[in-house]
Design a protein around this ligand. Sequence first.
Ligand code: UD1
Length: 416
Amino acid sequence: MQKLSIQGGNKLNGEVRISGAKNAALPIMCASLLSAEDLQLSNLPDMHDVATMAKLLQQMGVAVSNSPKASTFNASKVDKLEAPYEMVKTMRAAILVLGPLLTRFGEARVSLPGGCAIGSRPVDLHIKGLQAMGAEVHIEHGYIHATAKRLQGAKICFDVVSVTGTENLMMAAALADGVTTLENAAREPEVVDLANCLIAMGAKISGAGSDTITIQGVQALHGAEYRVMPDRIESGTFLVAAAAAGGRITLTDTRADILDSVLDKLREAGATIEVSGDRITLEMHQRPRAVNLRTAPYPAFPTDMQAQFMALNTIADGTAMVVETIFENRFMHVQELLRLGAQIDIEGNTAIVKGCAQLEGATIMATDLRASACLVIAGLVAQGETIVDRIYHLDRGYEHIEAKLSALGAQIRRIK
Ligand code: UD1
């Protein structure tokens, strides 16, 4: 199993290019299932989840061709309407093939995702929405088996804001008969990116980015070329790393307009931030101040940035309250931070982090994707060597993270 060795104490300085967004790339790749024509995607990040999604689509019969600038997906010969357990258990986003397969081919068989490290993460809202559109859905042998002659437009109100739920139903509605309205829809920028790609393919969608999305179903979608948006969570991760370690870094190819809540918290921690076009520069030369956080759906503070800010709070001046409202078990990184000397108490969905002057390097274990990023940041500020074990989680969702951090001056290397 691969590990990262980090020698803490270096400041971060320089420029880093932000990759395409994982959480936009995955649904957009699934959108290729909605058309028999080519979908050419650029700015797809080079990471395991994207490779796993490409493999899943290929298993279904989608032709995938790669050039240095773009990947092309062609779903004219899909012959297997199934996402097997082996794929879904490693990448929950595989659930995103359900809506497209069902609406275009009238049938889909997708493994139930089951639990994962950060909580139970059910998919009941995806299923209920498809049923409201007329699908017959049965759970058989751990699989969701859905059938429908043609899905019918419907008015659907989500009980809970769900990102992939909104994306699945938006894709299903794109080819349904009539108008679908999604209420209490997710407003995440990745939902908007998917909607923009679908619109480029000929879908009729309005309201993406608000909590009500209206989709007028069409008979067929055509091919398109689309560039995936920059990754706001990767952007946030590098900014927090520099705020914790100190220094001056500039992110390029990113977007500040979708990072408001994160940039506000970094300023509160004491960082100076300048935005110019698609560049964000962060400068930090003092010990960070502790910042309270409460995760909530976009545009509020993202749950996918909670763990990284926890690392920053461990060495901050003061005490911070971190409240996690999206996932019930998303404090797995806390036990590992304690091994580095952090002072954190957990009460239900709240972590109370008392900043200490210094963490000390130790061997720690990554448990999920964003927890891994938190541990890397902790390693960058800890005294001596930190070994982060089980970094396959990190490889799922970050493009070449140790190369990017090394280029900024971090002492970090992969041990094979
Ligand atoms: C997506 C993101 C993930 C992020 C999360 C919240 C992708 C590929 N993943 O995950 O990185 O952490 O949004 O911003 O985009 N829920 C239900 N029933 C459902 C669906 C969800 O109860 O059918 C609950 C979940 O348990 C959770 C909440 O709704 O408590 C939000 O989950 P959701 O937005 O669906 O997360 P994902 O789309 O899986």
